[in-house]
Design a binder for this molecule. Sequence first.
Ligand code: TXA
Ligand code: MG
Length: 339
Amino acid sequence: MKPVFADDAAIEYAANLLRQGRLVAFPTETVYGLGADASNPDAVRRIFQAKGRPAGHPLIVHIPGVDCLNDWALTVPDAAQQLAAHFWPGPLALILNKRPEVPLVVTGGQNTVGLRMPDHPVALRLLHAFGGGIAAPSANRFCRISPTQAVHVADELGDAVDLILDGGACLVGVESTIVDLSGNRPRLLRPGHITRFDIEAVLQTELIIASQQSEQSNQSRMRAPGMMAVHYAPATTAVLCSTGQLPEMIQELSFPDKKIGILAYRSAPIENRLTRIIRMPEQADDYAQALYASLRELDSLQLDMILVEQPPDSEAWRAINDRLRKATSVYQPLVESNG
Ligand code: TXA
Ligand code: MG
């Protein structure tokens, strides 16, 4: 499946495909989505087939405006109005209690629905042409890296998708921030470009950080390559290491003739016949934008391993570190002491 340039005719055609229950991949500001008519359960089931994603994983419904919240949500709390007014269109998904008519296949059987108005001209034109909600997870195979260019979607999904709209490279580069407003207190489910502080500033209340709880328990657990819960992961084993560890690990892991890819941040290792180096941008936003394409590039080189140099750990880097942790395993030296 070759991506098509998203001109008016292509968008009209895409909207028609959606009406027929077919699948259309389209760009958003975060990553490319694999879209289907959210009100058509058979169409939504096709998304799961195309991705190889198990049922029970809820999808985000993309809508063209704040005024469509009521079409999907049973009630729209003040917090949702405030966040949508402030951040939409933008990389923020809101979890709200769903209306009874929202198909359970969209929500993974739950009584809540994820909603977001994407900030991308092609996505918005498609939503307006279609005139309904578009359920769309990231347009990658289950557990793989999200696509940030149309060609990534073609590589991932081939002919499992009926049309790929090409709208260029995604500017944000990591998936949306998800805030759950279905309970008594707002909870951050997934960190993204919009940070917890951005959201807390608008809501004037503290978020419960669901992702941090699992981050902490993840860190305290011993993880080894191939043994962690893979998500957003390249096929090549990828390992996260500190700037200080990097030179030693390059030596150790490439010995005697293993090929290593390196996603470098602060260090400037020198490329040789066993190493391929991508130097990542210094700023968090630029790093996020480049992250998945860079991992994908290293992943395509038939390397034995990918080393990722740990970037900073401040709030601006939260989403990046979250995705890096999911794409990598913690390095465990092969020889362990008996203690
Ligand atoms: O940036 C994004 O959000 C991209 C673009 C395409 O919009 N989409 C995306 O979709 O990342 P996906 O399916 O790869 O991730 C959606 C996440 C999943 O982690 C899912 O668990 C969560 O949203 N989610 C969706 N609906 C939910 C619900 N009702 N309750 C809890 N989590 C939900
Ligand atoms: Mg995804």
